[in-house]
Design a protein around this ligand. Structure first.
Ligand code: NAD
Length: 295
């Protein structure tokens, strides 16, 4: 049994922490939101009155927070998790944040003698509840070896991406591909409609041809071919436009910081921004099909 501190018990963190409790670990959770704390308690979890209290006796601390500014504020400074934790603590930050902040916070942690990995995830709330997330880990071999057993409980694929920040790099590279691919599949179906090619036929053909990709074969953005996709449920998420936009903005900033021209990634960001401006932040990102069809 491991003593685990878990900060950020929201849509993702709540079910992840609950799965660790179910596996028999001693999890002390904390979230600023009383609702999130109550929900975790109702799943058998124990909550602390502060983030610091939640990590004081932990050997592993997992954080699942909205963005880089929250991560930096929670970890750093005199009142932060690093200063409050035991000297042999391993920190796993599963939030999706920018590479620079991930590296900055990890350096502060490692300079203090502790270990830290960025461990962002792929897979949404359903995968968090099912314990089937993919973890992309950035940190030392030693940190990966120490964290893997715990991540194995809440994930199906635990991959060591490389040094600190590499997990976040993998996450934004992957989600930039996803955002672009989804737009391309939506455009292809809209074109098929105009050309009087049946949607099911395009699905069958491209699923077995070179246009094949996850956005088509697993998450098809038009109603019909795959019964369980958001397209068959009024584009309820799933993976919301706001989340996709967050990741594409991180990707755009990262591309600029390393001087790489991601022209199509930028364009995809602009298209989801248009959806967001139309009030569709809370809809699934595959709803781009309906959005573009209505214009
Ligand atoms: P969420 O908003 O549901 O949860 C974040 C939680 O952090 C909230 O409950 C909030 O109260 C809490 N929080 C914020 N600041 C805090 C602080 N200082 N101390 C303690 N708690 C604090 O968000 P989520 O959907 O769980 O996403 C969390 C992270 O996971 C994000 O970085 C997101 O990009 C990433 N992610 C989300 C999904 C998804 O499908 N929801 C998928 C992959 C990755």
């Amino acid at each position: 049994m491991t003593n685990i501190g878990f900060i950020g018990l929201g849509n993702m963190g709540g079910p992840m922490a609950a799965n660790l409790v179910k596996a028999g670990h001693n999890v002390m959770g904390f979230d600023l939101s009383e609702d999130a704390r109550t929900a975790f308690e109702s799943l058998g979890g124990t909550t602390a009155t502060s983030a610091i209290e939640a990590v004081q006796n932990a050997t592993i601390v997992i954080t699942m927070l909205p963005a880089g500014k929250h991560v930096e504020a929670v970890y750093c400074g005199e009142g932060g998790l690093i200063a409050a934790s035991k000297p042999d603590t391993l920190f796993l930050d599963s939030s999706t944040i920018d590479v620079d902040t991930a590296r900055k916070v990890a350096k502060i942690a490692t300079d203090s003698g502790r270990m830290m990995m960025d461990t962002p995830v792929s897979g949404g709330v359903a995968a968090a509840a099912a314990g089937t997330l993919t973890f992309m880990c950035g940190g030392s071999d030693e940190a990966f070896a120490k964290g893997k057993d715990i991540l194995d409980i809440i994930g199906a694929n635990i991959i060591h991406a490389g040094k600190s920040g590499s997990g976040q790099a993998a996450k934004i590279c992957n989600n930039m591909m996803l955002g672009i691919q989804m737009i391309s599949v939506c455009e292809a179906f809209a074109m098929a409609d105009g050309l009087e090619l049946e949607r099911q036929k395009l699905f069958d053909i491209s699923s077995a041809a070179s246009g094949q990709c996850w956005s088509l074969t697993t998450y098809c953005p038009v109603p019909g071919p795959i019964a369980t996709t958001p397209a068959n449920n009024d584009y309820e998420p799933g993976f919301a436009v706001a989340m996709m936009l967050k990741d594409l903005r991180l990707a755009a900033d990262a591309a600029e910081s390393v001087g790489v021209n991601t022209a199509i990634g930028q364009k995809a960001k602009e298209l989801y921004e248009a959806m967001s401006q139309a009030g569709l932040d809370g809809k699934d990102f595959s709803g781009y099909f309906e959005f573009m069809s209505q214009k």
